[in-house]
Design a protein around this ligand. Sequence first.
Ligand code: ADP
Length: 304
Amino acid sequence: MSIQSENVSKLYGEQKAVNDVSFTIHSGEIVGFLGPNGAGKSTMMKMITCFLPPNSGKVTVCGYDTVENSMEVRRKVGYLPEHNPLYLDMYVKEYLSFCGRIYKIDRLEQRVMEMIDRVGLGLEQHKQIGALSKGYRQRVGLAQALIHDPEVLILDEPTSGLDPNQLVEIRALITDIGKEKTVMLSTHIMQEVEAICNRALIINRGTLVADKPVSELRNGMDGAGYTLEVEFSDAVSETDLSNLPHVGSVRNVRSNTWLLEVQSDADIRKDVSEFAVQSGTFVLGLQRKEKSLEDVFKELTASR
Ligand code: ADP
């Protein structure tokens, strides 16, 4: 396995930023680390990359302890920190050579050119970093993180602040890099995880609240179920509606339109039609709504 966190906690003074967090990331996975601002994502990532020691618990990367074997961990990990700290007055090649020298890389010039090619910086390679767009600066950040050919990449909010085109390009690049590396990326955007990741870890107020394949996330906390939107031609009784089989709660969204929370995967459309007839009304519209990932995220991170 590539990354293992065992009962890790981190305090800033009195404040617990990460609280007893355990997870495992296997080699070759692209895992999304999701949570609202202040949830503890950056703190967890700083512990994985040896920038902060945990107060309790243990983090290992490729089997190496981040506290006891930090030099080995640093060799195994590439890190793109939040806000991508770059030297804006340096030139792209100059900066990447500078980063490569830290790792004492052989044939550095060749390696820098490989990285420029890998992240699509060919046309910008002679520019000063300060002259690059945000999207290209992120490419420089990714090249920096990859320069020593690490097995694991830790990317802290790699797409924040990008415009929609840059976003698509950087996501595609990360997906491509993910074919060769284990990637953990943090974000507060649910769609990002859906677009790039196989698995999601969701953290809220320092505590891990979900660890699931992205395909299973939609089931959220409640397991099976879906929402049915029904429009009747006339008013109906809320109590009678909520007594329909499999229906948990009902909510009136506008005049005669209701949202029914169905608590199983049963098809209740016939029951709804019969209910309409008995109530002396007609069904004008019926639409099944899957839970959006955004809803699941809200459900999981609602204050608790
Ligand atoms: P995220 O990356 O999910 O936005 P962080 O890990 O940055 O969250 O922060 C987690 C919590 O720890 C927040 O409440 C934040 O205010 C607090 N925190 C982060 N860094 C520090 C610090 N250097 N000193 C004190 N508190 C901090």
